[in-house]
Design a protein around this ligand. Structure first.
Ligand code: PLP
Ligand code: SF4
Length: 364
């Protein structure tokens, strides 16, 4: 189909290629799940949501058992094992929730989570215990209460729409939220975090672009982890967003078997830039239940970034961050670059030192 032509929900003429796969049976029928793996995946499905859109399915090579796209989205028996260091709410959103749907951890910005549905369900998601197609949509009263919180919390200058994925909202609902936030004099920035442009690019319709129109500064932060996610439909969707005047940022998670080589990271950041997406954060994996197979140690992450420095344009350089368990917020992880001993320059060690994850610093 031509770039980005939006499939309409319920349009039977589109047939099976536009159905989102949501169960072990769907995946098996699509040739993405061997019969032998099916019972375990059915158990996974009972606990965690599954969704593979037609756009994502088109990127998967079913003949490659190590396909980096499949690895992000196809459920695996390993998810049934929760290690003792994995937490249901790894970055501790819950204690920073003044009203349902709001997370306020930093003075000048707060999250608004109007829904918990996503276009796809990433197997490494740190909110995997709560995201899903069913729950989580704030009802009218809850949404009004969340927006009232923003209206009366005047130290907050930035509203960050996340979830779930805010671009899963109807354009009408999204326009309503952006309109309310835009009318608040203290709100200067509206930021949306989304995977939709790569995972379901057909949703970036003229109606959705119109919903993003505001006189306030609106940024979109795209979640993508592999260069191959920037296929022609995704590229067209990002172009539509850029043409609508939306500045684009990129956030990625460092993932074993997906982007854990200097070459894969270089290709990812170059693909972002070629699509006007400025790499913003590279996240260390949060330890959510059943995600251990994706973890890359911090030291290895630093090595990978060190290998890129100087070789690729500085525009490609994201900040490597860890969301500290327990709600400590995001801490930059480095890499520690050359300490220029000549000339007397010193580079401060990264926050907490290299081993702070394994041995928490003693409190004085
Ligand atoms: C990550 C996060 C933000 C955004 O942080 P930035 O460093 O500004 O991108 C805001 N609030 C919460 C609760 C967060 O977890
Ligand atoms: S799109 Fe984001 S919130 Fe949704 S499952 Fe993936 S990582 Fe989680």
């Amino acid at each position: 189909m031509p770039d980005g032509t939006p499939p309409r929900p319920g349009d039977k003429a589109l047939g099976n290629t536009h159905r989102t796969l949501r169960s072990a049976a769907d995946l098996a029928a699509a040739g993405l799940l061997p019969e032998a793996a099916r019972p375990a995946v059915e158990q996974v499905a009972a606990r965690y949501s599954i969704a593979v859109t037609s756009a994502v399915r088109a990127l998967i090579d079913p003949a490659d058992p190590a396909d980096p796209i499949a690895r992000q989205y196809l459920p695996d028996a390993a998810e049934l094992v929760t290690s003792p260091r994995e937490l249901a709410d790894p970055i501790a959103d819950a204690p920073f929730t003044p009203v349902p749907g709001v997370v306020h951890r930093y003075p000048d910005r707060a999250l608004l989570k109007p829904l918990l549905a996503c276009p796809v369900y990433c197997r490494f998601c740190f909110r995997r215990e709560v995201v899903g197609p069913e729950g989580g949509l704030l009802n009218d009263a809850e949404l009004a209460a969340a927006l009232d919180w923003f209206a009366r919390t005047s130290q907050v200058r930035e509203a960050i729409l996340t979830g779930g994925d805010p671009l899963m909202l109807s354009p009408r609902r999204l326009a309503q939220i952006i309109g309310r936030l835009s009318a608040m004099p203290h709100i200067e920035i509206i930021r949306l975090h989304s995977r939709v442009p790569v995972a379901d690019p057909g949703r970036i319709t003229p109606a959705l672009l119109a919903a993003l129109e505001t006189e306030k500064a609106l940024f979109l932060c795209l979640h993508a982890n592999h260069a191959r996610e920037f296929a022609p439909p995704a590229r067209a969707a990002l172009r539509r967003l850029a043409m609508a005047g939306v500045p684009l940022l990129g956030q990625s998670v460092l993932l074993r078997g997906v982007n854990d080589s200097a070459e894969a990271l270089e290709a990812l950041f170059r693909a972002m830039l070629a699509n006007r997406v400025k790499p913003y954060y590279l996240h260390q994996l949060d330890r959510a239940p059943g995600t251990a197979r994706f973890e890359v140690p911090i030291e290895e992450g630093r090595e990978l970034l060190r290998a890129l420095r100087g070789r690729v344009t500085g525009l490609a350089w994201p900040t490597y961050v860890l969301d500290l368990p327990g709600g400590g917020g995001k801490a930059p992880l480095g890499p520690e670059m050359a300490v220029a001993e000549a000339g007397g320059w010193r580079v401060a060690p990264p926050l907490g030192g290299p081993d702070h994850l394994h041995a928490p610093p003693e409190t004085a």
